[in-house]
Design a protein around this ligand. Structure first.
Ligand code: SF4
Ligand code: FE
Length: 491
């Protein structure tokens, strides 16, 4: 089947019976819901750019499974060049949406599950790799969006899955049948879950023998019986539901999306199971998925950063301070920080290697360094953006005030006249353009989009401490001690 167009993707979501809840109620037409639609538009961009001849070289690739042309978001990386192109594609999408475009979690799960299932089969004589290849061929042929679901609620963090008072704190098998398994549990803050056609579930931590029933990975359609989602709130999200407030929204076209995904006795047929009790492989799957997603942040967050820097430069221009040397220097600092993140994304890709299964994996140490930097630099970039833009980005009256006919002045001036008079800055710049850029920065720095740029930079793909554990493991302190001993003449 050919690549889907953006419109075909959106229409395909309507055919699903996905169960979505928000503000305590079931949302029937979630595809057109004003709070959800921007996140759908964002994923749709991954389809639209693949159709654009200008970007087709980056966005599409030849499938290693079928030889057909597929969207790179469904690809198994075949070289370090593929890994680098993945990061470049994510930067491009970040630039075009200024949001989290969500489809990467599926791509990262494909590559992690592909290589891990190969090694499980090698050790146990199971058939998970064949199951997975069949599933991925179906995904590629139909150009599907898949959510890679990892993060369990985790309950009491000091306890292993089998030790939790409530066994549902980690997704687990509650029944084993001839023809499949029945699973219960949930996954938290799932990026792009509602917009996905299918989900791939993976464990979230390394597991021991007692956690056998929790060591489970499988694919399942988003509208499977027993599965549903509760939509996650974002800062200032209800502005999207207001009439005449598109400027106040900041980024009215695109947005990210997170949800709580619940599995209430969902049946998974054997052919969609990729791990089922081989607990010693849970850690490998987690590490590989997390590694790929930490690489991803060296692309997506850089692309979003490009837009934040552009908006900051515009705000400076509209305020008439673009030539001030202090402003120029702050923009340089923002560029430096952003490009440093890109360097990390490219570096861990260029140092990638082939897995036993044949696809390519990133350098894990460098990918973790990449994500660790992402937990810091976007915060500094946002701090500088707020510094340069000025306080107006959070104190400006509403869009309705700027267009209001209500008379307030002694000479018949309206609220709109007053707002347009006092919020005018540089000659030749309309107050509306100034309004737009300020609200956009508000949205990026602390509104709905800050979920995807700021807090997600901290916790997405694992919180900072998770990267530090991996850096400690991969950093080879012993080898470095030996280097020092050799030169210092220590026996
Ligand atoms: Fe993709 Fe970035 Fe969103 Fe993760 S946070 S899904 S890498 S855009
Ligand atoms: Fe993310």
């Amino acid at each position: 089947m050919a690549l889907k167009t953006a419109q075909e993707y959106i229409e395909s979501l309507r055919t699903l019976k996905t169960r979505v809840y928000m503000f305590g109620e079931k949302i029937e037409n979630w595809v057109d819901h004003p709070m959800i639609r921007p996140s759908i538009n964002c994923v749709a961009m991954t389809y639209a750019l693949a159709q654009d001849p200008q970007y087709a070289g980056l966005m599409t690739v030849k499938s290693s499974l079928t030889g057909n042309t597929i969207n790179r978001f469904t690809h198994l990386h075949q070289s370090t060049e593929d890994l680098i192109n993945k990061v470049k594609m994510q930067r491009l999408l970040g630039q075009k949406t200024a949001s989290c475009f969500q489809r990467c979690v599926g791509m990262d799960s494909f590559n992690a599950v592909f290589s891990t299932t190969f090694e499980i089969d090698e050790a146990h004589g199971t058939h998970y790799h064949e199951n997975f290849k069949k599933f991925l061929t179906f995904v590629q042929d139909n150009d599907l969006t898949v959510d890679g679901a990892m993060t369990d609620p985790k309950g009491d963090r000091s306890k292993a899955p089998h030790d939790q008072a409530d066994p549902d704190m980690f997704v687990h098998v509650v029944e084993r049948r001839e023809d499949g398994i029945v699973v219960c549990g949930a996954k938290c803050h799932q990026t792009g879950s509602i917009n996905s056609h299918w989900h791939i579930f993976m464990p979230t931590i390394s597991m021991g023998e007692a956690d056998k029933d929790w060591a489970v990975s499988f694919a399942c359609p988003t509208d499977a019986e027993g599965m549903y989602m509760i939509y996650g709130r974002q800062s200032c999200d209800t502005r999207k539901m207001e009439e005449g407030a598109s400027i106040d929204v900041g980024n009215a076209k695109f947005g990210g999306q997170e949800a709580l995904v619940v599995l209430d006795h969902v049946f998974i047929p054997n052919e969609y199971i990729f791990l089922n009790g081989e607990y010693e492989f849970a850690g490998m799957m987690v590490e590989r998925f997390a590694g790929y997603h930490r690489q991803s942040y060296g692309g997506c967050k850089v692309g979003v950063g490009d837009v934040v820097i552009g908006a900051t430069a515009l705000a400076a221009e509209y305020n008439g301070v673009e030539k001030a040397s202090a402003v120029k220097d702050k923009l340089i600092e923002m560029l430096h920080l952003n490009e440093t993140l890109y360097c990390c994304g490219i570096a861990c890709s260029s140092q990638g290697f082939q897995t036993k299964a044949g696809n390519y994996q990133i350098d894990l140490l460098l990918a973790n360094v990449c994500k660790q930097n992402v937990t810091r630099f976007p915060y500094e970039i946002v701090r500088l953006a707020e510094d340069v833009a000025g306080g107006l980005m959070v104190t400006m009256p509403s869009q309705k005030d700027f267009t209001s006919d209500t008379v307030v002045g002694r000479n018949g001036e309206t609220i709109g006249d007053i707002c347009n008079k006092f919020f005018r800055a540089k000659d030749g710049v309309s107050t509306e353009d100034r309004q737009r850029v300020m609200r956009f920065l508000e949205n990026m720095c602390l509104g709905a989009a800050a979920v995807g740029y700021r807090t997600e930079s901290m916790h997405g793909a694992g919180s900072p401490q998770a990267q530090r554990i991996m850096i400690a493991r991969q950093g080879d302190i012993q080898g470095k001690k030996q280097l020092a001993k050799d030169i210092a003449g220590i026996q």
